[in-house]
Design a protein around this ligand. Sequence first.
Ligand code: DP6
Length: 333
Amino acid sequence: MATAQAQPNIALIKYWGKRDVSRNLPAAGSLSLTLATLWTRMKVEFSADFDRDRLLVDGEVATAMLPRVSRCLDRVAGGNRPCALIESHCNFPIAAGLASSASAFAALVVVANQACLEAEDIFEPAVLAAANSRTTLDLARLAGAASGSAARSLFGGIVELAASDDNIDVSTLLPSQDWPLRVVVAVTERGHKPVASGDAMILSEKSSPFYSSWVENQDHDLQVARSAVKTRDFDKLAAVSEHNCLKMHSVMWTSRPPVVYWNRGTLACMEAIRDLQSAGQAVFFTMDAGPQVKAICQPDNEALVMKTLGEVDGVEAIMNSGLGSGACLLDDS
Ligand code: DP6
């Protein structure tokens, strides 16, 4: 039995659209921050004695997610693999736009790869050889096949994912210690999201009149964000990130039927962040497939941002984090 941990990541230049649905390849690149203090821990045990896969999420049987998890295990351990017991624990709300699938699938590929090696007597030599030789990028590609954003959680700090027709490339653009950005998360709703992001982005491609220009402009936004990161230019990163986020939500809103993840609290948080910006504070917002608002700021104004968002009507909880490392095995494995 092995255990791995991965942190969610927050995209500043977003992934919204697939060039190949069957391989789950993204239509364009993306750029994200891997967090430090929010995590998913996964245990996997393969056994010839099990007659089916079983998934427990925070101690509860989780049947809805199981097929996707089983398919991910097939990619790591082969279609003829023994069945597995998978146990997942998460220290933040699941499926509410906080990238829980990113940390879950990133942890899953790392732990499943190790679990194969630990149960060597029940795997074929070819499966073991593959598991033995996988690089972090190989694991990121396996995670990305399960959930596009999960590929980025294999790496720490500020991460860029490049997309081509054949595959993805993922790497750390800047290690976490090189730019101590802080992320404050304002939770405005704890429930599950109404539409899964994967389904919603396929709908956007089919129906939003803005979809093609969204995809066409991703390279430009990525280039601006990359150069802002390299020069630690907070204002430049803020401007391109907010613009990119609002474009993604415009694509969602103009899909048919419209996909609207925001609530009143989301808008109130955005307004509070605008007020902080007007008062000269270095802070910007981003939102994903959910109503939570992520405010990116710096160590010296983090307390102010937390206090300000905590007082906004509709905010149920505040979390904060610095930038952290990529998915890894834990010692007890
Ligand atoms: C809005 O990675 O959840 O968070 O590949 O279908 O599993 P699938 O999608 P997923 O989409 C994440 C979308 C986003 C933006 C982002 O993280 O880049």
